[in-house]
Ligand binder design. Structure first.
Ligand SMILES: [Zn+2]
Length: 259
C-alpha cells in the first residue's frame, strides 16, 4: 500500500539506532504508524517535520502482510503550535495529540476529527487562550465519539440545564441536580458551564474563547470531560496535568501585571 496524505504527528519514539516510529493521525486513513528510517540524521526526508501536533504532508509505504510500514518522507505544513514561544499552547498541543492517539481510530478516516484538530491547532497558533482551546477540543472530541450527553434539557424533568445546571454520570443521560438526587459520583456542571459547552458546539473556537470564558467554568468543563473520557480510556491522560485549568492565564492578565 502506498499512501500520500496530510496528517498530524501524534508521537515518535526510538526503534533502533537512529530509526524512529512515528504515529500520525492522517486525513486519508486515520491513525497510521510507520518507521522513519534514520529520522534524526536525514534532514532531507524528515528535517524538522516530526514534532508533536505539527501538520505534515507525508508519504508512507507498506508491504503486503507487514503491519509496520515505512515513512518515506515528511514535509511540514504547520509547525507545532506555540513551539519555542508559548508554553501553554505547546502543552495543550501535547495533550491534544494524546487524546487523538487514544481516541482516534486506526486505518479509518475521520474527516470531522481531522478538521477539529486543524481548527484547534490553528487557534493555538493564533494565540487564543490555550486552556479554552483545550476545553473546546475535549468537548468536540467527546461529541464526535458519541460520548457527550445531550445538554439541552434534563432527561427526567425537561428543565433547561443551562438554568438548573447538570449532574452527570458517564454513560448516562444528563439530568438536573434535583433529579439526580444525592450521588457523590455525579459530576456537576453549573448552568453557565452548560451554556459554554453549547456555545462550543455551535461556533468555531475563535468565537467561543473571545472574550475568555471564566476559569471556573473552564475548570468545570475540564472535570466533566475528564470523567467522560475516563469512562472509556480507564486511565487519565498522561499530559492532562500539563494543561493548567485557566488560572495561570487569568493571572497573566490580572491588573497591574504585564501580559
Ligand atoms: Zn430534572
Amino acid at each position: 500500500m502506498h499512501l500520500e496524505s496530510t496528517g498530524f504527528v501524534l508521537r515518535t519514539y526510538p526503534l533502533r539506532e537512529s530509526d524512529r516510529i512515528v504515529v500520525l493521525f492522517s486525513r486519508a486513513e486515520g491513525k497510521v504508524r510507520g518507521v522513519a528510517p534514520r529520522a534524526a540524521a536525514s534532514r532531507r526526508r524528515f528535517g524538522g517535520a516530526l514534532s508533536v501536533l505539527g501538520e505534515v504532508e507525508f508519504s508512507y509505504r507498506e508491504k503486503e502482510g507487514q503491519d509496520l510500514g515505512r515513512l518515506e518522507w515528511c514535509r511540514v505544513l504547520a509547525p507545532t503550535p506555540g513551539e519555542g514561544r508559548d508554553l501553554d499552547a505547546f502543552y495543550v498541543s501535547q495533550y491534544m495529540a494524546e487524546i487523538l492517539e487514544q481516541m482516534g481510530r486506526e486505518r479509518e478516516a475521520d474527516e470531522h476529527l481531522y478538521r477539529l484538530t486543524r481548527a484547534c491547532a490553528g487557534a493555538l497558533a493564533q494565540g487564543l487562550t490555550a486552556t479554552a482551546v483545550a476545553r473546546y477540543f475535549e468537548v468536540w472530541t467527546l461529541r464526535l465519539g458519541g460520548l457527550l450527553p445531550d445538554l439541552a434539557a434534563c432527561a427526567a424533568c425537561g428543565r433547561d440545564l443551562a438554568k438548573t445546571g447538570a449532574a452527570l454520570l458517564p454513560g448516562e443521560e444528563a439530568v438536573c441536580a434535583g433529579c439526580r438526587g444525592l450521588n457523590p459520583a455525579a459530576c456537576t456542571l453549573p448552568g453557565e458551564a452548560v451554556a459554554l459547552v453549547r456555545r462550543m458546539l455551535a461556533r468555531p473556537p475563535a468565537e467561543v474563547v473571545q472574550p475568555d470564558p471564566t476559569p471556573d467554568h473552564l475548570a468545570a468543563v475540564a472535570r466533566m470531560a475528564a470523567a467522560q473520557f475516563l469512562h472509556v480510556t480507564e486511565r487519565p491522560f498522561r499530559t492532562a496535568a500539563m494543561v493548567a485549568v485557566g488560572h495561570r492565564e487569568a493571572a497573566k492578565v490580572a491588573p497591574g501585571r504585564e501580559r
